[in-house]
Design a protein around this ligand. Structure first.
Ligand SMILES: *[C@@H]1O[C@H](CO)[C@@H](O)[C@H](O)[C@H]1NC(C)=O
Length: 225
């Protein structure tokens, strides 16, 4: 009898963790720290902070790169960090403002290397926080980055003015270019929606269905969100 209970617990545990893994994803932030975003630097950091606080940190691994000119890219937080939320938030607040010119293209190539440390069986959300103005050309480096598997790219701009054209090149599509003070909330929504049943599923039944989630790669359950 005891053995049975024990086994049930074990199975339940693994089933649960399988479920929460279903829509697990990692997060890489690339934060523009060049002169043109100076006035909105704090606002940029608050957006990042907001995203981290609203997503389930137990499920996300987070990395943060801060960049400005061609020689100035720093990985300030690595994917393998074991930071608690409070410490992570403190580090975000204290990220350095570099100033100087912007080389987003160079930062993309730098990020591609950092992404080798991502968990490859999961989705990785890459979030550019920038006004989109860059002195180097982002087209080719963006193409190289987009060629990696299982990435979902977003570009957030809290700045005015911004360079819509390059923001779209970074995100790969205008739908994932998010602007203004609500941008971070919308991003959280979009990441979560990837793990929700589709509207049509919700309409057909009163209860949320535990149906296969088409948008999720290894989906089993709606657990965790
Ligand atoms: C960047 O390079 C691409 C080709 O790789 C070119 O089509 C585009 O016009 C360039 N952009 C700028 C702003 O020079």
């Amino acid at each position: 009898m005891r053995l049975l209970i024990f086994l049930t617990l074990i199975v339940t545990f693994f089933w649960k963790s399988l479920g929460t893994n279903a829509c697990q994803s990692d997060l890489l932030f690339l934060i523009d720290s060049s002169g043109s975003v100076h006035e909105k630097w704090t606002l940029q950091l608050e957006s990042v902070s907001n995203i981290i606080s609203k997503l389930d940190l137990l499920n996300e691994k987070i990395s943060v790169i801060v960049y400005a000119s061609k020689m100035k890219q720093r990985t300030k937080i690595r994917f393998d960090n074991k930071l608690k939320t409070e410490d992570l938030q403190k580090m975000i607040k204290e990220l350095p403002f570099f100033s100087g010119i912007t080389a987003t293209g160079a930062a993309l190539r730098f990020a591609k290397k950092e992404l080798e440390n991502r968990r490859k069986h999961l989705k990785t959300n890459v979030v550019f926080v920038t006004d989109g103005f860059s002195y180097d050309n982002v087209t080719e480096p963006a193409k190289e980055l987009h060629s990696l598997s299982d990435l979902r790219l977003f570009a957030i701009s809290v700045n005015e003015p911004n360079n819509q054209e390059d923001l779209e090149i970074l995100a790969g599509t205008p739908e994932r270019v998010l602007k203004g003070t609500k941008a971070s909330d919308r991003l959280v929504e979009m990441i979560r929606n990837e793990c929700q049943p589709k509207m049509s599923d919700q309409l057909s039944t009163k209860e949320p269905t535990v149906s296969p989630l088409k948008s999720c790669k290894k989906s089993q359950q709606i657990d965790g969100y």
